[in-house]
Ligand binder design. Sequence first.
Ligand SMILES: C[S@@+](CC[C@H](N)C(=O)[O-])C[C@H]1O[C@@H](n2cnc3c(N)ncnc32)[C@H](O)[C@@H]1O
Length: 228
Amino acid sequence: MGTSPSDPEKQARRAPSAFAAAATRDWEAYYDIMAGKPPRETLLWALERFDAEGLLDSADDDPPPPPLAIDLGCGEGRDTAELLRRGWRVQAIDDAPGGLRRLTERDDLVHRERLETRLEGFEGLTLPSASLVSASFSLPFCPPGAFGGLWEQIAGAIPSGGRFAGQFFGDRDGWAALPDRSHHSRDEVMGLFDSFLIERFEEGERDGEDAEGNKKHWHVFHVLARKR
Ligand SMILES: C[S@@+](CC[C@H](N)C(=O)[O-])C[C@H]1O[C@@H](n2cnc3c(N)ncnc32)[C@H](O)[C@@H]1O
């Protein structure tokens, strides 16, 4: 006997993997897959450093406003939720309305009054000064012609002592040939951080395959850097 279309196993086999969804920018499918996942590691690296420096500690009766983090390409908000939980103000930016909707509907959001959402693309974006700019797996989706301007905004937004955390996709990544993606060699990534001290840098390269047999060669740089 065959399986019916509603058979959960068959549906699971048909559901796209995260990388198959991201390959085609099917963000709704991507967010479905990512729902409930913990914050990204690069964000946690940054928060650990800020916590060790006591950035959010204040003994003042009239404490200053919490520091601002920008979550660039925030998606459904796994990182924004963590930032709010850990006392930050957050500007969450994404050009996918479904991502921002899912973010604001999350049931683990605290201190919503500290959250500002911006439905905007990377192209032509202007950023305010922010102690942290976190871009988890989002910068590779910036069109190459807009990347220089976006990086100028990111580097300019971070004051001395502030941090960048996030990923770049490498030149050997399977999507490097796609015309609408921004990929970088190791030297190019390093070159972006001239005015920073790189605190953590991990390069990962591996072949991946999902349940549908879609193959992808991954080449990813994970970066945490502090502005000099
Ligand atoms: C791979 S997802 C990562 C989402 C989230 N940061 C995470 O770590 O799960 C990439 C995100 O970047 C957003 N994005 C892609 N291109 C964009 C653009 N040109 N402007 C703004 N956001 C963009 C997508 O909508 C998506 O939410």
